[in-house]
Design a protein around this ligand. Structure first.
Ligand SMILES: Cc1cc2nc3c(=O)[nH]c(=O)nc-3n(C[C@H](O)[C@H](O)[C@H](O)COP(=O)(O)OP(=O)(O)OC[C@H]3O[C@@H](n4cnc5c(N)ncnc54)[C@H](O)[C@@H]3O)c2cc1C
Length: 383
C-alpha cells in the first residue's frame, strides 16, 4: 500500500478543504442550532463532483478511486458530520449500490440525478423492531400482477425527508430471516409513503433523519434491485463499503477535535502560561493525535483493498469500529482541553462530541462490528 497521495488525490483533497471552508464552516453553528442544514448544499456537492466519486462518468459520475472518496469524506467530516452523512448515504449507500447491483435501466434512471445532486437518496433498512437484527425485518412486499405492494415502517432514516428515492428492504416471501428479503428503489412521492422528521437528536441535528411509513405503496416489479431474495446481500454489501465512509468521516471529526484542542491550548492561559505548557494537557492532545493517525491508516487500508479488488469486509468493520470509538474519545478529550468552555456551543468541542456519539451506533454498532470480526477469525457466527 502506497501512503503517498497521487497528484489527483492531493488535488481532490484540496478541493474538499476549500469547499468545506467556503460552504460549510461559516454555517455549522447555525445549522446545528436550527436543526437544519441548508438543502442547497446538495446541489453544491453535486457541482464539485463529490456526489459522483467512484461512479462511472457515463452515468454522470466523477470517477476517482476509493481513497479519493475517503479523502473527501474525511474533509467533510472535519467540517460537519451532518453534511458528511448526506454524502455517505446518498452516494455511499444508494448510488454506489445502484451502480453495483442495478440493471442498465435502473442506472440510467437514478445515477445521473443522484450524482448531480438533483436527487437525494436514502437507505431504508432499520425498522422500529429491528436494528442490529436487520435480517428479521417485517416490512412486506406482496406481488400483484406486474407490481409489488409494500407496507411497513422504517426508522431512523438519514436524508429521509429530503430523499427522492429510498433504497428499501422488504420481505417478499416467507423464507425465514434474511433469505426472504428483497431490495427496491422506491420514489418517495409514490402514493402511500409518508415521512416524519425525528427531532431531539443528541447530535447530527442539522441532518434530516426520519421515520418512513408505507401503506400499500405500489411500485412496478421493475423497481426491484437485484434478484428476488437477494436484498440482504445487497444491504450487507452496501454497508461493508459504507462503513469505510463512516470511518473516514470519523477520522475527519477526530482531526477537527485535534485542531481545535491544539489551537485552544496555545491560546488559553492558566497558572501564568498557555495550558499547552502543562504536560497533562499535552497528554490529552497526544492521545487524540495517535487515535487520528491509527484510524486514518485503518481506513485507507480498506480503500486500498477495494481499489485492488481484494476482500475488505472484515477490514472495513475494523476501521469503522476503531475510528468511531476513536472519534468519541477524541471529541471527549478535546472537550476536556476546553474546560468549561467546551460545554457551551460557541466552542466546537461539544458539537463534535454530540455528533461523534452516533458513529458507534449506526451502520452496525460497535458490538456488531466485533461479531463480524470475530466470525471472520473463528469461523463461528454469533448471529
Ligand atoms: C442518527 C441515526 C441515523 C441512522 N440512519 C440510518 C439509515 O439511514 N438507514 C437505516 O436503515 N438505519 C439508520 N439508522 C439506524 C441504525 O443503523 C441502528 O440504530 C443501529 O443499527 C442499531 O439498531 P437499534 O438502534 O435498533 O439498536 P439494537 O439493535 O436494539 O441494539 C441495542 C443494543 O444491543 C446491542 N446488541 C444487539 N444485538 C446484539 C448482539 N447480537 N450481540 C451483542 N450486542 C447486541 C447493540 O450493540 C446495542 O448496544 C440510524 C440511526 C441513527 C441514530
Amino acid at each position: 500500500m502506497n501512503l503517498e497521495l497521487s497528484e489527483e488525490q492531493t488535488a481532490v483533497r484540496q478541493l474538499a478543504k476549500d469547499f468545506v471552508a467556503r460552504e460549510i464552516t461559516p454555517h455549522v453553528v447555525e445549522w446545528d442550532r436550527t436543526e437544519s442544514v441548508d438543502r442547497a448544499i446538495v446541489k453544491k456537492l453535486g457541482e464539485v463532483g463529490f456526489l459522483g466519486l467512484t461512479i462511472d462518468e457515463e452515468y454522470g459520475g466523477s470517477g476517482g478511486d476509493h481513497l479519493a472518496y475517503c479523502l473527501v469524506t474525511e474533509e467533510l467530516g472535519r467540517g460537519d458530520s451532518a453534511v458528511r452523512g448526506i454524502v455517505s448515504v446518498s452516494l455511499g449507500l444508494v448510488a454506489k449500490t445502484v451502480a453495483s447491483w442495478g440493471s442498465e435501466e435502473q442506472k440510467r434512471q437514478w445515477l445521473p440525478g443522484l450524482t448531480s445532486g438533483a436527487y437525494v437518496g436514502c437507505f431504508g433498512l432499520t425498522e422500529p423492531g429491528t436494528g442490529s437484527d436487520a435480517g428479521n425485518l417485517a416490512t412486506k412486499a406482496v406481488r400483484d400482477g406486474d407490481s409489488y405492494v409494500i407496507s411497513g415502517t422504517k426508522m431512523f432514516i438519514t436524508n429521509g425527508t429530503w430523499a427522492d428515492v429510498v433504497l428499501l428492504f422488504a420481505r417478499t416471501n416467507d423464507a425465514p430471516g434474511h433469505r426472504g428479503v428483497s431490495a427496491f428503489l422506491v420514489p418517495t412521492d409514490t402514493p402511500g409513503l409518508t415521512r416524519r422528521t425525528i427531532h431531539g437528536k443528541l447530535g447530527l441535528r442539522g441532518q434530516a433523519t426520519a421515520e418512513l411509513v408505507l401503506e400499500d405503496v405500489r411500485v412496478p416489479a421493475s423497481a426491484m434491485l437485484a434478484p428476488e431474495g437477494k436484498g440482504f446481500s445487497v444491504a450487507m454489501s452496501a454497508l461493508a463499503k459504507g462503513r469505510m465512509s463512516v470511518a473516514a468521516g470519523c477520522v475527519g471529526l477526530a482531526q477537527a477535535a485535534l485542531d481545535a484542542a491544539v489551537r485552544y491550548a496555545g491560546e488559553r492561559e492558566q497558572f501564568g502560561k498557555p495550558i499547552a505548557h502543562h504536560q497533562l494537557v499535552q497528554e490529552l492532545i497526544s492521545d487524540i493525535a495517535v487515535d487520528v493517525d491509527a484510524a486514518r491508516l485503518l481506513t485507507w487500508r480498506v480503500a486500498d483493498l477495494i481499489d485492488r479488488g481484494l476482500p475488505f469486509t472484515t477490514e472495513s468493520s475494523k476501521a469503522k469500529l476503531f475510528a468511531s470509538e476513536a472519534a468519541v474519545r477524541a471529541a471527549n478529550n478535546a472537550l476536556q482541553v476546553f474546560g468549561g468552555y467546551g460545554y457551551i456551543d460557541e466552542y466546537p468541542a461539544g458539537k463534535l462530541l454530540r455528533d461523534a456519539r452516533v458513529m458507534t451506533l449506526y451502520e452496525g454498532t460497535s458490538q456488531i462490528q466485533k461479531l463480524v470480526i470475530g466470525r471472520a477469525l473463528t469461523g463461528v457466527s454469533a448471529f
